[in-house]
Design a protein around this ligand. Structure first.
Ligand code: UTP
Length: 422
């Protein structure tokens, strides 16, 4: 009884009265679970994050400059060979690992299940996003005579389904001993008035805390320790939803090694000044990605003397790190951003509400916010048609339809190339 009163007092103190009635009417088991959730929430942090959603984003105080990059298409044959050899040596010697971030909610796609379990309608019979990634890695394994350890990050919300799915599909032929699945951390969701949402199982509704959670989750889960045991020196981290993602790009690796930097990233040129992607720049002398919502319109449209967008290198979740860099990022706190998303919830009367428009804030740290911990990084500009076909939205841009087209076109070009080579 004391615990219940205690929980009620906490709820009152943080303006969460809407949960009290529900809590009082729950059976003992559900009541106990919800009370424990209430005890374990850092309300101070959540309320601060909620208050921040009302503040305008201001980057005027910072000194922003454009950042250097290498264009893969413009490299000389000699340089390309030099980079490829450097990269290949690392992969062949078993010092390379790959992480897939698959902890997102995929709210825009609206697929019922983890995004990696979405089947893209290619070649008639279709391919799952996880299958496409597995194929990309298996191709690299065959080419370099290794089995690249594959770390897959899930969330509390989708871990069970992901594990079952991969098992059911026999890991798409990937060596099971080389796969390490780990869960990322999460944070409560709040509505526009700062009220916590309740989930279907009468718990405080939480969601994964952004892809920036990858670093600390790699450490907390033991994945980082596992990498060290395997003598991994370089780690690639990529998303689950780009069907043209190259997870073992020897040129990118070679460029990073040659430049002597700890992090590197593949970019593609923004398709238009207002494309909804983050762009690379230098902020106060450090590498940085500015999210599309945070980039002032004038800067988004600024062009250099060659007529190219000054802030046109898009971040496509294709990042590479030394193991030391991962260790460093895992120990530094990242700032949280808020994303306004559609989330169902249980109302005061215990009824489920399924909104048809965004209704709640999800707090997320971004993987690229760690770039500023470093003095420099290497950026390799790839080609959109070769490197970037994301599955984000149900329809329109970056949808299954556009990804299917880009994927099939890419593989058609590859087949043609092979035919021309023989
Ligand atoms: P997005 O930011 O596009 O989010 O993730 P999303 O969850 O896939 O889709 P929406 O915004 O809800 O529609 C980019 C990559 O980061 C991963 C995603 O799985 C995807 O590979 N991610 C995102 C995580 O692993 N954890 C997170 O908390 C957020």
């Amino acid at each position: 009884m004391d615990k219940l009163q205690d929980a009620v007092d906490i709820l009152k103190a943080y303006n969460q009265e809407h949960i009290i009635k529900l809590l009082q009417n729950l059976d003992e088991e559900h009541k106990e679970n919800l009370i424990n959730d209430i005890y374990n929430i850092d309300f101070h942090q959540i309320m601060e994050l909620y208050e921040n959603t009302k503040k305008p984003i201001d980057i005027k105080e910072s000194k922003i400059e454009n950042i250097d990059y290498l264009d893969k298409a413009k490299l000389s044959k000699k340089d390309l060979e030099k980079y490829n050899e450097l990269g290949e040596n690392i992969i062949r010697s078993g010092q390379y690992a790959v992480v897939t971030m698959a902890g997102g909610q995929g709210t825009r796609l609206g697929h019922n299940g983890p995004k990696g379990t979405f089947k893209l309608d290619v070649y008639g019979k279709g391919k799952y996003l996880f299958e496409i990634l597995a194929d990309n890695l298996k191709e690299a394994n065959d080419k370099y005579g290794v089995v690249i350890p594959w770390y897959i990050m899930t969330s509390h919300e989708n871990n069970k389904q992901t594990v079952e799915f991969l098992k059911k599909h026999n890991y798409f032929g990937y060596d099971e001993d080389s796969i390490f699945i780990f869960e990322q951390s999460d944070l409560p969701l709040v509505d526009t008035e700062g009220k916590l949402l309740i989930s279907k199982d009468f718990r405080i509704k939480k969601a994964s805390d952004g892809n920036g959670g990858t670093y600390s989750s790699l450490r907390a889960s033991g994945a980082l320790a596992d990498m060290k045991e395997r003598d991994i020196k370089w780690v690639f981290i990529g998303g689950v939803d780009n069907v043209l993602l190259k997870m073992a790009d020897v040129t990118l690796l070679g460029v990073a090694i040659d430049k002597g930097v700890q992090i590197a990233s593949k970019s593609v040129v923004k398709s238009n000044p207002h494309e909804k992607v983050g762009v690379f720049c230098k902020m106060n002398g450090h590498p940085k990605v500015i999210e599309y919502a945070e980039l002032p319109e004038k800067m988004a449209e600024e062009r250099d003397e060659n007529g190219e967008l000054k802030y046109g290198e898009s971040h496509i979740m294709c990042n590479l790190y030394t193991i030391e860099a991962i260790e460093k990022c895992s120990r530094e706190p990242l700032i949280y951003h808020s994303a306004f998303k559609k989330n169902s919830y249980i109302d005061e009367n215990g009824k489920e509400v399924i909104p048809d428009a965004p209704n709640s804030y999800k707090f997320e740290s971004f993987i690229f916010d760690a770039f500023e911990f470093f003095d420099d990084m290497a950026i390799l500009r790839g080609k959109r048609e070769d490197d970037f076909a994301p599955v984000k939205n149900k329809e329109g841009v970056d949808s299954p339809k556009t990804a299917k087209e880009l994927y099939e076109k890419y593989w058609k070009r590859q087949a043609k190339k092979v035919r021309e080579e023989v």
